[in-house]
Design a protein. Structure first.
Length: 201
């Protein structure tokens, strides 16, 4: 076990020595981690949609009957058998590495909501997949990260189908902000070879 304080201090010093920006990493390590720990400590139902802010619960209820563009079963989600190569790659990373790259996990969660019959079903799918495959399955970061997809620790956004005012993420946006092809290719190599090019030896 390594103390997050030790990690933070070493990352800070490493960044200062080499002129590397570490703010984003430290924000996730400190701010996001503390939010997750406090959330699971004080929320009476940290693994349910009841723990969401009122605006998120209200908007999801209002849009729960909206037509979904696709619908998948738990088995299809688990098998990474959707129409979306990026979502499938994220699911495969979860199964192969026990985690999903942070930004792609957001997309993975948002699309699971979009392709499930109800928000409750989407939450069940995400938590069950984490419980089965994730290294941090029962940790505070899992619950806070999954529920962030439903509006936890976020704000209302412009209204749209299925999500209401909960933040939406699109494949087009992922292509603009990240190298989707490189990520999908990396997971394909990992799946095919069983060798992780980013594993520390």
């Amino acid at each position: 076990m390594i103390s997050p304080l030790e990690v933070a201090l070493r990352v800070r010093d490493h960044g200062a020595e080499r002129g590397i920006t570490t703010g984003e990493f430290l924000e996730e390590l400190i701010v996001r981690r503390e939010l997750a720990f406090n959330f699971t400590r004080y929320a009476p139902s940290y693994d349910t949609l009841e723990s969401l802010p009122e605006w998120a619960k209200k908007t999801l209820r209002r849009h729960r009957r909206d037509r979904r563009p696709q619908l998948y079963s738990y088995e299809q989600f688990e098998a990474a058998a959707t129409h979306d190569a990026l979502w499938n790659a994220a699911q495969k990373e979860l199964m192969l590495r026990g985690k999903i790259h942070g930004y792609y996990r957001m997309y993975w969660g948002k699309k699971t909501i979009e392709w499930s019959r109800t928000p409750e079903e989407a939450l069940t799918v995400m938590l069950q997949l984490h419980e089965r495959y994730a290294l941090d399955a029962c940790g505070p970061n899992t619950y806070a990260g999954v529920l962030w997809c439903f509006g936890l620790h976020d704000r209302p956004w412009p209204e749209r189908p299925v999500f209401g005012q909960v933040r939406y993420m699109s494949l087009e946006g992922m292509h603009r902000k990240t190298d989707v092809s490189a990520y999908v290719g990396e997971i394909e190599i990992l799946e095919r070879s069983g060798r992780d090019p980013f594993r520390i030896k």
